[in-house]
Design a protein around this ligand. Structure first.
Ligand code: EPU
Length: 344
């Protein structure tokens, strides 16, 4: 049976499509439920924006173009050998539900990434990561629809330019590809990754030395619940700034003046500095502009206390960036995409 063309909504209210929930409208919103619909979209001169779960996109104004909402669904499992399994999930699937499904089937490797909000298709965009693991480590390949050629393309891991919260799709070819599916490699053998300091401390305190997959997932969820607000209750976009990664000699300069700043070496010799600690020490926790606020339990997270306006958020972001620049001599970068009429 032929797939019906995608639903197109004009002058759409898109407030609820972003987990930060600033009020916004889009000229056009297209709901993509089936891969066949990719070729059925009417051509347009409007600027296009691909959107998944909206947990890493903040609308700082109306979107004057078209939004392609990825709602493609379906998950399949393909055993490679006795141990390894390739799991392919459509871009519109929910990431957290995929992790839970794998754990229930006895497939391991994703436990530390449980409860990360957002869709499967968005996961490679910013190379999601938490508690010592990044998507890149379990990533096998993805399929994406190229807006420029109208064709499907396969990307292997080495094609994706994965880096800390970054990828080819985020910084090299933004808005060009709609990720239709992602394949991850998981294992029937459970090898828990418990090196991340706060995770290790929590498990030590509970007297757990060899966690079961369920125990590991439960501890990650507990840590996340404690440190990150539930977007359903208090709209937010997770960490609002990236932890700055500096070349070693620049980092050492900063650390000479601020020796107790948390920092972590990166595999390539660069050093990652804790932005949450900088923001907290500058006294930002709990401060607000209108209803845009710094979360009182975690300085790296900004929240919408209810009626925040784009102007409130922009003022708060700038004030934090300026204050960190003044004291630490470095420029924080927002982690979510900030999209609006004037954004490039
Ligand atoms: N810290 C503070 N004050 C704060 C928050 C953090 O001092 O208010 C310092 C502490 O020293 C703490 C350290 O920062 O030990 C690390 O805190 P946390 O484990 O929460 O890590 P994070 O750097 O704040 C990153 C990711 C999170 C991820 C956690 C856990 C980024 C931008 N954020 O946060 O990812 O869940 O690690 O691995 O890398 C996201 O990307 O949206 C996200 C939530």
């Amino acid at each position: 049976m032929k797939t019906p063309p995608p639903e197109i909504i004009t002058d759409a209210d898109i407030t609820a499509l972003s987990s930060f929930r600033l009020p916004a409208r889009a000229r056009e919103l297209i709901l993509l439920n089936h891969p066949d619909q990719l070729g059925q979209m009417p051509p347009t001169e409007l600027r296009e924006l691909m959107l998944g779960g909206g947990s890493n996109t903040v609308f700082i104004g109306d979107w004057p173009g078209r939004i392609l909402l990825n709602r493609l669904s379906g998950v399949s499992f393909e055993p490679v050998d006795d141990e390894q399994v390739l799991v392919t999930a459509a871009g519109g699937e929910n990431w957290h539900r995929l992790v839970v499904r794998c754990i229930r089937r006895g497939l391991h490797g994703l436990e530390n990434l449980i409860m990360i909000p957002g869709s499967v298709g968005a996961a490679p965009m910013q190379n999601i990561g938490a508690y010592g693991i990044e998507l890149a480590e379990v990533f096998e390949r993805l399929r994406a629809w190229d807006r420029q050629t109208g064709r499907m393309r396969t990307f292997e891991r080495e094609d994706c330019a994965f880096a800390y919260r970054d990828s080819y799709f985020k910084s090299i070819a933004p808005e060009r590809f709609l990720i239709t599916s992602v394949t991850v490699r998981v294992s029937r053998r459970f090898q828990p990754q418990t090196g991340y300091a706060s995770l290790k401390n929590a498990m030590d305190a509970a007297g757990i030395r060899q966690p079961t997959p369920e125990q590991l997932a439960a501890h990650v969820m507990r840590l996340r619940r404690h440190r990150l607000p539930d977007p359903a209750r208090m709209p937010n976009a997770g960490s609002f700034f990236k932890n700055p990664v500096l070349e070693a000699n620049h980092a050492e300069q900063v650390l000479r003046d601020h020796p107790d700043l948390p920092h972590w070496p990166m595999p390539d010799g660069d050093i990652k500095l804790g932005a949450g600690a900088m923001i907290e020490r500058l006294g930002w926790k709990g401060r607000s502009v209108g209803d845009a606020a710094v979360y009182d339990r975690h300085a790296l997270v900004l929240v919408n206390r209810g009626q925040a306006k784009a102007s409130d958020l922009k003022t708060l972001i700038q004030a934090i960036i300026d204050s960190v620049q003044q004291t630490y001599g470095l420029r924080l970068e927002p982690e979510p995409r900030l999209m609006g009429p004037q954004t490039s």
